[in-house]
Design a protein around this ligand. Structure first.
Ligand SMILES: [Zn+2]
Length: 311
């Protein structure tokens, strides 16, 4: 629009009724949303079938750029083979991403985006599926680790305030360890975080998830749980442990588990708002929290990018 025409357009705005003003604003917002989503949907750097970067543009389909891979000869778009494929109402995806950044409930997102509660629930897990896999692949230096526990549940995220002891289980609620899903959280001093839902709370299970991501010369810090000691011993890691039962929080100077404990507290506080997370989806919630922790200034566009597999 030319400057003069735009000035005239602005002058007209003052004549809008409140209802018209709202309609105009809604339309502008819709255009912004569409633009952001289309930006995400029209950029890719690899073939979604073979990973090759040797591809060419191959026309548009429903406003989404298609590509043809010159290596595997297949055609694809950004959504191909992602959990986001075939989801509808793309103009609402940007608002929905904002809601994920704001950690809104399924119900609040549904109201905000004018979608049903079922869609809101389904979208949440589609949007989070790929981000949930993004975790630190490499921890170095001082690595703190600890377990936290979630009640196994179709729907329920009741947390334990403290670690259940091997003997006696969780006496207060009469629940045994079997009824909890252990989650191991490991974090280095650069804030790189990885967490793992463990099959069992033992040294073997810990080794299975930790060995692939630990540098050989890391220094491990944890509490004095016997499985932690035996894991560190078994693989010759230097290990400083804290006797929490003695009220000891720091062994020597830098050797403490305050970072991992603080992360665990944030995770617990954050989870409370969902009033129940089923074990089946726990992985997605853990990944969601990691993403918010890792990228404190994440935008809805970044989040959409992650949802279609972009780092
Ligand atoms: Zn290909």
């Amino acid at each position: 629009m030319r400057t003069k025409a735009f000035q005239q357009f602005l002058a007209q705005i003052t004549k809008l009724t409140p209802t018209q003003r709202k309609q105009a604003l809604d339309n502008i917002k819709k255009m912004d949303n569409t633009e952001i989503v289309e930006d995400v949907l029209n950029t890719t750097d690899h073939c979604h079938y073979c990973g090759s970067s040797n591809f060419i543009k191959w026309g548009l389909n429903s406003n989404i750029q298609r590509y043809k891979c010159k290596d595997c000869k297949k055609t694809f778009n950004v959504l191909t083979k992602t959990p986001m494929a075939h989801l509808r109402y793309k103009e609402k995806w940007n608002d929905f991403s904002k809601d994920l950044i704001d950690s809104k409930s399924v119900r609040d997102s549904a109201t905000h985006c004018h979608i049903s509660k079922n869609t809101s629930f389904r979208w949440r897990h589609r949007f989070l599926k790929i981000p949930a896999d993004i975790k630190a692949k490499h921890l170095q230096g001082i690595v703190e680790f600890d377990e936290t526990y979630f009640l196994k549940s179709e729907k329920g995220n009741h947390h334990l305030d403290r670690k259940p002891h091997k003997r006696g289980g969780w006496a207060k609620q009469g629940l045994s360890l079997k009824e909890y899903t252990p989650v191991l959280i490991a974090r280095d001093r650069n804030g790189n975080t990885a967490d793992f839902i463990l099959e069992h709370s033992d040294d073997g299970s810990i080794a299975q998830v930790m060995l692939p991501i630990l540098d050989y010369d890391v220094l491990l810090c944890s509490d004095s749980k016997s499985s932690y000691k035996s894991f560190a011993n078994m693989f010759d890691f230097t290990h400083k442990y804290i006797n929490a039962s003695d009220g000891e929080h720091v062994v020597e100077g830098a050797y403490h588990i305050q970072n991992v404990n603080a992360y665990d507290s944030r995770l617990k506080r954050w989870m409370v708002r969902f009033h129940g997370v089923s074990t089946k989806y726990l992985e997605n919630y853990l990944g969601w929290m990691r993403m918010l922790d890792r990228e404190s200034d994440i935008t809805s566009k970044d989040l959409l990018g992650h949802s279609v597999g972009r780092n």
